[in-house]
Each structure stands twice: as structure tokens, then as C-alpha cells.
Design a protein around this ligand. Structure first.
Ligand code: PMP
Length: 998
């Protein structure tokens, strides 16, 4: 019947679908043309003034801020916005219509990212700004959701039966009462007043989700604007994994469009808690009226959980600094005073530091520690030893990200690749142990302690100082000799320049090279005497404000000791200006990585990433044995194959020992592409034929000759096109899971395609010289061909006079876990084997191995020479790599870790229809994403979303396949259980996000 009302009054024919609503009937109305509306049928007896107020408010906002995503009200052709119509019971109802907005409820959308929350802040700030001038007689409302009157709950608190919870609510009420008088002095204006998570819409248009609707002005009233922000914030923090960062995001977003005062920011937390308190009391009262509705109380759980978690002591500072405001007035005055007093402080080590050199210990500059997860005692005790003598005086940077803080206390999450605190909040003064330390200005002793933990401070002192204006601040001195501070008493007066301590040696200072850690704090609120000396790079706003650069107290300019972060934006701009744009960067927001260790990489801020993508560092990033052998050989000589060298034959012998005896002759080149080109030359020399058979989508190649046989490159848009001497065969459809499920003979069937390809070559006047393929095609998406496939192919090619080339670049050297080379798993023996990238662990190296007969045929031709191929250095790297795989048991590790990974992915696949297939062997694994399990249509967009999101979760993985819909997991063979479990855990979370849904 309401559809008829819509048609007769607005002239809109539409089908209706009910929407949720507390009192009123709301319908989503969809017209056959695809237009969508919200039809609002008010409860009987609804005050028309209330609807009028909403309609006018919406009209006001549409005019004042047309870009804001608020619904527009639709008038009837007669120009009427609201009509009256009887319902089935004969009650008269007010009816009005809005244009529907795109998007889904914030409550059901995930993830609630920082940028999305910031957008919500910005748009709600914009809304409040737009409503500032709106007036309406109905705005002064006396009702339970009036935020200034929230303390009505005090007299209803008895409905809460649990005494602990009652006590908690009374505390919240007390905090509200404490700010109430200040709150009531703030200007009032029209506010939305119900920005709860069902009244906020999110749209996933483009790459980044954004707020696409702020709806339901039903609770609009006049109140201070901060109450509006407190309501939105209350729903944003509920169950957010890091509520304080979420709160900072919404507040900074709001502040950007509607600047807040410090006083308002300080009221936010009590108001937010009060809003949640009203919500739990209200719903408990409602539950009493509707005892059969369990939903009412279930929905309280997150609010209670949040009300019962302790408040973050630094919250006030976090919020202020997120808005770019100073901590507070005294802090701002101290900072200013320090600046003017610079030059007049006593020298902390009794001599000027003006000429002391700076020593970088940054992620970018330093290679100590070798293992960024575990600094050794020797490394900690020798910081800077590569640049300075132990007797030198030198300074360490403020604000510098470092990898030396490897103790568990610095790690913030569960995994090795979780966030950690890396950024130095003080300045270091390196000087010999025993050196006396002086107070830069007069003060009193606030705190002393001997912190004996490894990598801690050893002896440390905090001094309290007062500026001439009477403001208090503190300085901290760490890594002192504990004996030298034993005489200091709490509150003891210290004079300007007085000796307070001596530097400790590494046996008493936490284990470090002797140095003073000197740090300034503008407040101790929320921190006390337990100062972090290093901060999480993602929390630098607040920590940089609490502990700013202390250079003034050292009589140095700030810039002198301030670390300058590597400029990823500048690198990107230079790259875009000077590199071809087909040199593709991974990720929508590219990442700059400066250090690596085993299966982890680190960005400039020391944030660790789990590398589940790169197969080139086969035995891990920065492997010490590879480093050592490279350095060693470069100290000696590095030349080519024109001279005898035992390293060359040693590498050849080691490699050949891994291969069937018939494959006994090798050539060394610089890349996989070059190796494949050489393999084709060998095949042609041996057969006298030119034709090549290769799988469609089954093969990589980067240089011209290799592109000729790489269908995915020559058939790509702008590609060179298929040469007439190349014929393609389809890949076994294992990647659609078909052969395993219902097609046991697909190996033989696909192999039979070779005959047709050979016939097509013959039609063009070519005989087959070779079949060339990745044994297990990675480009096709980590395809494991069915048993018997390659056997059938090889037999047919050989019968037609060709030879068989196995590209083992990705699949060789133990990655599969069960076999050293993939051809072993197919039970075949190739005539030519190609190896590339992993064999050099990043050093350019490729190898072609063949039989003596084929080698002899090729050797009849002109001289073969590759200047760098088979250099002394390359050969030593290759030989060392083979040793490492064996000695570290990496093939066995690939088997064990690969099995757990595959099992975990299969468990995820059982939970999400997005994963259509999990396949691969060892650490060569693909997860195929589909939009529909039956048609198996590729979920390309979801795959892109997931790979980008996994990067944000600090995990690198790739995409593969003709449709780029196969998640490619191909880590260094060192990956451990921590890495596998982290990947599965985070992937599970990302798969459930809205953006990952097909
Ligand atoms: N073969 C395979 C299987 C590969 O994966 C690649 C590189 N993606 C190549 C050959 C070409 O190697 P390169 O980049 O060293 O030329």
C-alpha cells in the first residue's frame, strides 16, 4: 500500500523493501529504472514539527555544504515535502521521501581503517560546520538523547544489577559532572546528535573506501558541537583493535574541517563514555519492558567491554597532537624558553659538543646489528665501531629509526613482523666509560634507578627543572654507571653544571657501547618515570611532542642532531621522471624497503615486513655466508671463463651432482632469460630445426629472445605478437581443479595437444626443435600438472625430433620440498635444464645444463662467451647457495612449512567461497580467488584488494595467473612457523573484510 502512496503522490513506481527503524517504517524503494529512494512512514502521532525540522535542516545543509553526503528530500510534483496518508489501521501517518545514498552501514563494513575514520571525522566536522547557522524552534529538545542532560541516568542506575558495573557508571557520571559546567558554557548549535554506526554509510568506490552517507536526522537538537563528535567517536572506538588511534583519526579529521579548541578536546573522553553509559542504561530499561528480546542486552556487550577497559593515560596528549596542537600551555612555554636559553646551558660532558661528529645508526645507514631481530652482545657493545674509535666523542641522532632495539620489550605485537619501537627519542653522546656527566642546568633529583635488564639503561637519573616562568620539565640520563649515582637522593638539589654521574661500561649500562642517552620530557603526565627511550614510528606525533629534540640543552641547533628520514616520495618522483613507466611498482601505495634478513624486510622506519613473495633470496635476505663469500672473492679477483679457476669447476661439479648423470655439461650466464635463449640455441643446434612448442601462459621471459617464446608477453597488449615458429599448447586445467576432481586422464589429454602443435608448425614449414616450459607453470598460477603430463609431452616432442627443455628457475633447488627439481616429481628427464634467479640469491646468475651430445652439437658453432656469466664471483655464490640449501635443511623446511601453509589455506578455503582452489607444493603455493565457485570466474579485483591489504598488514605476497586472481605465496625457504601462522592469521582477517568480497 505504501508503494501506491509513493506512486500516487510522487509519481514514482517502485518496489519496496523494509529497512530497520526504532519507531517508524522505513522502506528502500527501487524503481525499474534503477533509481533508489527511502520512503519514510512516520509513527502515528508523530509531531509534524519534528519532520519539518529535519526537512529544513537537510535543505539548509544541501545549500551550505552541497558536497556533504546527506540525503536530499524529494518533493511531490505539487512542491510538497511531506504528505499525510492513512495506514491499514486507519491511523494517519506522515510520509516523506529521500533520495537513497549508496553504500552500506559503517557497522557492517570492515576494515575500519584510519583513513576511513578520518574521513568520517572530516565529514561530521563539515556537517556540524554547515549546521552552525541552522535555526528552528524545535531544536531545544528535552529528551533522553539530549547530550547535555545525559545525567538522567544517575537516577536510573539501579536497573544495573552488577555492583561493579554500577560503580563504573557512577564514575563515568562523576567525570561528566566534572565537565558539565564547562560544557554548558560552550556555544550551542544544531547537531545531528545520532551519528551511530548504523547512521553512517560507507562506499567502496575506487580503491579507498569513503563515507558516503550521514543519515537520519531524527535526533537533531541544539547542543555543543563536541557532543556530536563524542557520539560518532563512541561508536568508532567500540571494539576497534586500537581505540586510541581510531579516536585520534576521527578527531584529527573533524579538526581539519571544523577546528576544535583544546577545551573541547579535553571534554571528548568523558562525553564519549557518558554516551555509552546512556546507551547501556537505556537498553537495560528497554530490556525490562521487552524481557523476551535477547538482542537488546547482547548489543550492550561491546559498550560494556569498552567502559570497563582502563583509559589510556596519554589520551589527552594523543588527541591534541593529532590535531597539531601543543600538549598544553606550560609545554609550549618550556619549548620556547629552551630555545631562547640555548647556548647558556652547562655542557653535559663538560666540553662543547659543537664539533663532535654525528654517527648514523639508522635503518638505512647501519648494518649493525646483522640480525635485526637479535642484536648480539658484541654488536651492542660496539655500536659505531665501524666509524669511530672508542676514545672518540660523537653524537647519535634524535628521531632516528634504528634496528638495534631487539629486546622483547620493544616488540608491540605477537609476530616477528609486528610493529616495534624503533625511533630514538633522545640524543646520544658517545664517550669513554667513566666520563663525568653534568647537569645542563640547576634542578633537583626526581628519580634514580638501576635498570639491569639486557639492552636497558643500567644506571639512570631523571632531573626536575623549573624555568624562570615557573614551568616544570624533566631531563633523563641513561646508561650511567650505577655506582656513580648511588649517592643521589630524591629531591636533592643539583647546581648548573654539577657532576651527577659517570658513564657506565657495557657490563653495567645495559650492554651498550658507553654513551649517554639524553632525553627531554615536557610533561610526566601519563608517563611518570618510565620513559620510553624509543617510540613506535606510528606514534611519533605524540612522543615527539612529549619528548622533543633536546638539542637546546646541549647548546646545539635542533637540525644538527635531527635525523632526516629517507624521502620515499622524492624517490618515487625521481623514478617517475627518469624511468620508463612500464617498469612497474608493486602496490597502490608503494613501499620502500632498506634492509632484509632471512624472510623479513624493513622499511626506512624499521617496520618489519614478512616476505612471502620473493623467491630470488632463496636462502633468505642478507645471508651472512653469501655476504662473506662475495666480500672474500672481491678482495681477491673477479674475472671470466677465459681463465682457469677452481671455483668455476667446483660450482659445476656441485650442481651436476644434483642432476641426473646424463646432464653433465653446463654454461653459466647472467639471467634466466639469457639461459632460456641459450637453451633454444642449443636445441636448434642439436636438431637443426627451428620450431618451438610451449604452453600458453606458462612461461616468463624478459629479454627479446625469451619474449619470443613467452605467450603472456608476446600476446600482451603492445606485445610483439606470436612468431611463426612458435606454437602454443593449453596448460593442463589443473588450475581449475578439474583434473583432480573429475578428470583423471587430463594429463594424457593435454599432452596429446603436442601432436596438433607439431602439425601446425609443419604447416608453416617448421619442425620442432624443442618443447620449453616451466616444469610447474608459475605464470599460469602455480600449476601442478597432473601425473603423466610431461611424460606424454616429452615422448611426443622427441618422436617429432625435438628436445625437451625444463625451465626450473622457480621450481628448482628444493622449493617444492619433496623434490630438488620439479621434473623429478613428474618422473621425466629433460634434455636441457635452465636455472636462474634463486641460484644466485640475488646475484645475477643463470645456468644451462645439458647432455654431452647436445653440447657437442652446439660447440660446433662459433665461440660462446658471456662476460659476466660464470664470473669467479658468480660461481662462488652459486656453490655457496647449493651448500646452504643442504646444510640448513631448507628443502625439508620447505616441505614442513609448505604443508602447514597449504593446510591452513585449505582451512580458510573451507570458510570462504572466495578461495576456489589451493594448489602447489612446498613453498610454491597458489590460492585461486573466484567470484563464484561454480563458474570459477576470476576474482581479480578481490585479489588486488587482498594483496594491497596484506601489505598494510606487513605481509608481502603477489598475484599470478592469466587473470591475476591467484594469490602467489613463494617466500624465501627460511620462512618459519611464526611467519606461516602470521600469514594465515592476517589473510583470514583480510578475507573477511568487505573489500575482499566479490
Ligand atoms: N624463467 C622463469 C620461470 C622465471 O620466473 C623468470 C623470471 N620471472 C625467468 C625465466 C627470467 O629470468 P630473468 O628475469 O633472470 O631473466
Amino acid at each position: 500500500m505504501w508503494a501506491e502512496v509513493l506512486r500516487s503522490h510522487w509519481g514514482i513506481g517502485a518496489t519496496l523493501q523494509p529497512l530497520d527503524g526504532e519507531y517508524d517504517l522505513n522502506y528502500l524503494a527501487k524503481s525499474p529504472e534503477g533509481d533508489a529512494y527511502v520512503l519514510k512512514v512516520m509513527r502515528p502521532g508523530c509531531d509534524p514539527a519534528l519532520i519539518d525540522m529535519q526537512i529544513q535542516a537537510l535543505a539548509h545543509v544541501a545549500k551550505a555544504a552541497p558536497a556533504l553526503p546527506l540525503p536530499r528530500v524529494l518533493q511531490t510534483p505539487e512542491g510538497v515535502s511531506v504528505i499525510t496518508a492513512p495506514d491499514g489501521d486507519g491511523n494517519l501517518r506522515l510520509v516523506w521521501v529521500q533520495q537513497a545514498l549508496a553504500g552500506q552501514c559503517y557497522a557492517t563494513f570492515s576494515p575500519h581503517s584510519q583513513s576511513l575514520i578520518q574521513d568520517l571525522g572530516a565529514k561530521s566536522g563539515g556537517l556540524a560546520a554547515a549546521m552552525r547557522e541552522f535555526t528552528h524552534p524545535g531544536l531545544m529538545r528535552d529528551f533522553k538523547w539530549n547530550p547535555v542532560q545525559a545525567d538522567w541516568i544517575k537516577s536510573n542506575i539501579d536497573v544495573i544489577k552488577d555492583p561493579a558495573r554500577r560503580k563504573r557508571l557512577l564514575e563515568v557520571c562523576a567525570a561528566f559532572t566534572a565537565i558539565k559546567s564547562a560544557l554548558t558554557t560552550l556555544p550551542v548549535q544544531a547537531i545531528h546528535n545520532d551519528l551511530n554506526d548504523y547512521n553512517i554509510l560507507v562506499d567502496l568506490a575506487g580503491d579507498a573506501p569513503c563515507i558516503s552517507g550521514l543519515i537520519d536526522l531524527g535526533d537533531i537538537c541544539a547542543a555543543p558541537r563536541i557532543c556530536d563528535l563524542a557520539t560518532a567517536a563512541a561508536y568508532v572506538v567500540l571494539d576497534h583493535p586500537t581505540p586510541q588511534t581510531a579516536l585520534c583519526a576521527i578527531v584529527s579529521g573533524y579538526h581539519a574541517t571544523n577546528p576544535l579548541t583544546e577545551a573541547e578536546i579535553d571534554m571528548l573522553w568523558p562525553l564519549l563514555q557518558m554516551r555509552l553509559a546512556v546507551s547501556v542504561v537505556n537498553s537495560t530499561l528497554m530490556a525490562r519492558k521487552n524481557p523476551d528480546d535477547p538482542y537488546i542486552t547482547i548489543s550492550q556487550a561491546p559498550a560494556w567491554r569498552f567502559l570497563e577497559t582502563p583509559v589510556d593515560a596519554l589520551l589527552r596528549f594523543r588527541l591534541r597532537t593529532a590535531c597539531g596542537l601543543p600538549l598544553d600551555n606550560p609545554a609550549a612555554r618550556v619549548a620556547q624558553w629552551l630555545d631562547t636559553a640555548r647556548g647558556g646551558f652547562a655542557e653535559v660532558i663538560g666540553e662543547t659538543l659543537t664539533d663532535a661528529p654525528m654517527g648514523a645508526l639508522s635503518v638505512e645507514a647501519a648494518t649493525n646489528p646483522r640480525d635485526p631481530f637479535e642484536i648480539t652482545d658484541a654488536e651492542a657493545a660496539s655500536l659505531g665501531a665501524d666509524q669511530f674509535e672508542p676514545s672518540d666523542i660523537w653524537l647519535g641522532y634524535y628521531g632516528e629509526p634504528r634496528l638495534i632495539y631487539t629486546a622483547p620489550a620493544f616488540r608491540k605485537g605477537q609476530w616477528k613482523a609486528s610493529n616495534r619501537r624503533t625511533v630514538h627519542l633522545g640524543v646520544d653522546v658517545f664517550a669513554p666509560a667513566g666520563r663525568e656527566i653534568c647537569a645542563p642546568m640547576a634542578g633537583t633529583v626526581a628519580f634514580t634507578e638501576n635498570r639491569t635488564g639486557r639492552l636497558d639503561y643500567g644506571g639512570m637519573v631523571i632531573l626536575r627543572h623549573e624555568t624562570p616562568q615557573g614551568d616544570i620539565f624533566h631531563t633523563m640520563y641513561g646508561h650511567l654507571d650505577p655506582d656513580s649515582i648511588a649517592h643521589l637522593q630524591d629531591a636533592q638539589r643539583i647546581e648548573h653544571g654539577e657532576v651527577i654521574a659517570a658513564l657506565g661500561a657495557d657490563d653495567c649500562n645495559g650492554g651498550w657501547a658507553p654513551h649517554l642517552h639524553f632525553q627531554l620530557a615536557l610533561t610526566l603526565d601519563g608517563m611518570g618515570t618510565d620513559w620510553p627511550g624509543v617510540a613506535d614510528p606510528d606514534e611519533l606525533d605524540v612522543w615527539g611532542a612529549i619528548c622533543p629534540n633536546p638539542a637546546a640543552l646541549l647548546n646545539l641547533p635542533d637540525a644538527h642532531v635531527a635525523h632526516v628520514a629517507p624521502d620515499a616520495v622524492g624517490v618515487l618522483a625521481t623514478r617517475q621522471a627518469h624511468f620508463g613507466s612500464n617498469l612497474v611498482l608493486s602496490y597502490t601505495d608503494p613501499v620502500m624497503l632498506l634492509r632484509g634478513w632471512r624472510h623479513h624486510l624493513f622499511d626506512a622506519w624499521g617496520r618489519p615486513y614478512l616476505d612471502a613473495y620473493n623467491n630470488v633470496p632463496h636462502v633468505g635476505h642478507a645471508h651472512p655466508r653469501i655476504q662473506a663469500v662475495v666480500a672474500d672473492q672481491l678482495k681477491r679477483m673477479n674475472s671470466n671463463t677465459r681463465y682457469l679457476h677452481p671455483a668455476q669447476t667446483a660450482f659445476a661439479e656441485k650442481l651436476l651432482a644434483k642432476l641426473p648423470p646424463a646432464l653433465s655439461v653446463c654454461w653459466f650466464v647472467n639471467s634466466g632469460s639469457e639461459a632460456n635463449e641459450l637453451a633454444l640455441r642449443l636445441a636448434r643446434a642439436a636438431t637443426g630445426a627451428r620450431g618451438i612448442v610451449t604452453p600458453d601462459h606458462g612461461y616468463h621471459g624478459n629479454t627479446t629472445g625469451a619474449i619470443d617464446i613467452s605467450a603472456y608477453k608476446f600476446n600482451a597488449p603492445g606485445g610483439v605478437g606470436q612468431p611463426d615458429w612458435v606454437e602454443l599448447v593449453d596448460l593442463p586445467d589443473d588450475y581449475r581443479g578439474a583434473h583432480r576432481r573429475d578428470n583423471p586422464d587430463s594429463g594424457a589429454r593435454y599432452a596429446a595437444q603436442v601432436d596438433a602443435a607439431v602439425a601446425r608448425l609443419a604447416d608453416k614449414g617448421h619442425k620442432p626443435a624443442a618443447f620449453i616450459a616451466e616444469t610447474f607453470p608459475s605464470v599460469g598460477g602455480q600449476i601442478i600438472p597432473p601425473p603423466g603430463y610431461l611424460g606424454g609431452v616429452y615422448r611426443r616432442i622427441r618422436a617429432a625430433g625435438g628436445v625437451c627443455i625444463a625451465d626450473e628457475v622457480q621450481t628448482g633447488l628444493g622449493r617444492l620440498g619433496s623434490h630438488y627439481f620439479a621434473f623429478e616429481a613428474q618422473g621425466v628427464q629433460p634434455d636441457i635444464v635452465v636455472l636462474g634467479k634463486p641460484i644466485g640469491n640475488g646475484h645475477p646468475l643463470g645456468v644451462v645444463i645439458t647432455t654431452p651430445d647436445i653440447a657437442a652439437a652446439f660447440s660446433k658453432g662459433p665461440e660462446f662467451f658471456s662476460t659476466f656469466g660464470g664470473s669467479t664471483l658468480s660461481c662462488r655464490v652459486g656453490a655457496t647457495l647449493l651448500d646452504i640449501v643442504d646444510e640448513e635443511g631448507l628443502m625439508q623446511n620447505a616441505k614442513a612449512m609448505g604443508a602447514r601453509l597449504k593446510e591452513g589455506l585449505e582451512q580458510l578455503a573451507a570458510k570462504t567461497p572466495l578461495i576456489g582452489d589451493v594448489r602447489g607444493m612446498g613453498l610454491f603455493i597458489g590460492a585461486e580467488l573466484v567470484t563464484d565457485q561454480t563458474t570459477r570466474a576470476p576474482a581479480t579485483r578481490a585479489a588486488s584488494y587482498i594483496v594491497n591489504r596484506m601489505k598494510e598488514e606487513r605481509i608481502l605476497m603477489g598475484r599470478e595467473g592469466p587473470h591475476d586472481n591467484i594469490l602467489k605465496i613463494r617466500p624465501p625457504l627460511t620462512i618459519d612457523a611464526d611467519g606461516i601462522e602470521m600469514l594465515l592469521d592476517r589473510l583470514g582477517a583480510v578475507l573477511s573484510e568487505t573489500g575482499a568480497q566479490p
